[in-house]
Design a protein around this ligand. Sequence first.
Ligand code: ADP
Ligand code: ELE
Length: 344
Amino acid sequence: MGIKNSRDFDLLTLGQLLLRLSPPDNERLSRGDTFVKQVGGAELNVAVGAALLGLHTGVISKLPAHDIGSFMKGKIRSFGVSDDFFMYDQSSSARVGIYYYENGAYPRKPKVIYDRNNSSFFSLNIDEIPEEVYTASKCFHTTGITLALNEKIRETTIEMIKRFKAAGTLVSFDVNFRGNLWTGDEARECILRILPYVDIFFCSEDTARLTFLKTGTAKEMMKSFSQEFPISIVASTQRIVHSPKRHTFGSVIYDAARDEYYEEEPYRDIEVVDRIGSGDAYISGALYGLLSSGGDCSKAIAYGNATAAVKNTIPGDLPSSNLEEIETIIKAHNQTGPQSEMAR
Ligand SMILES: Nc1ncnc2c1ncn2[C@@H]1O[C@H](COP(=O)(O)OP(=O)(O)O)[C@@H](O)[C@H]1O
Ligand SMILES: O=C(O)C(=O)C[C@H](O)[C@H](O)COP(=O)(O)O
């Protein structure tokens, strides 16, 4: 498969692909006999969402060369995401990362069990990544999940971020804090090392306080990141959980060059079917908005909020909305004033 020309990609993401195994029909992990097999992983979710909206995207990852790797590769290709930068683990012990997911139903909480350690992605080596990757895309995106996996992947990821930045690629980063992968102190120490290279930074209000020990209002905290580091755009999602199946979702984006905040009416009363991956869907929409408009944050907020809101209504990690669906939803959202929407 030929590697594409310089900057042929709009977006390349780096991360571990996960096989998601969930019992059907609200069955329990501890009881059911069958699993539904799906594909997920934060950085894949972003690449899929952006591809569905029309960007040319790919994932940099490492998979086993066996049939389960082929299943995942096939799924990814079916969404139009490129596997040009997949590495393959030929060893007889090659494994995919797995997560088991039990859907909750109030008052039973959803459950996640990870089985991802020592899978093929953990053997990813910087020397096996082709040099062309660093000039292949307009934008590179990864998350704190990748940095948290282990020391070796952390150093590989940091080196890759530096190489992308040095090659003139826009660097996008989502903290995506996971308490089962690392502590807040470890996360802060590591992420502060990469923020000098980050252009677009996704960090929730809670994470700004808990991990970065920021104080002040949400907007003050967002702005402070771009005062300390040369970050151009800081985006923060906001979710209100009214009940397990009814959420409100919105976001704020800070544009450092203009010293301006962008906001819109949040999506209220979302009928939540599966919230996993909605943060990633937000990023796919926000990056689509930015990359398709030359950096217009009002587009980022409109596409980000709409893509995330819809993802909440769909089972599985991956977004499934094309541009037409998202633009129809944005139009309807803009026509529905805050009063009438709240009164629904
Ligand atoms: N240092 C920390 N210690 C404990 N919990 C944290 C810390 N930082 C963030 N969190 C929590 O972790 C969860 C995930 O964080 P976040 O970075 O917003 O990822 P996501 O985009 O998946 O919501 C949030 O509930 C947040 O409040
Ligand atoms: O934890 C991981 O390693 C994963 O990749 C699992 C999930 O796919 C994403 O974390 C979803 O993240 P949200 O979009 O914030 O819901």
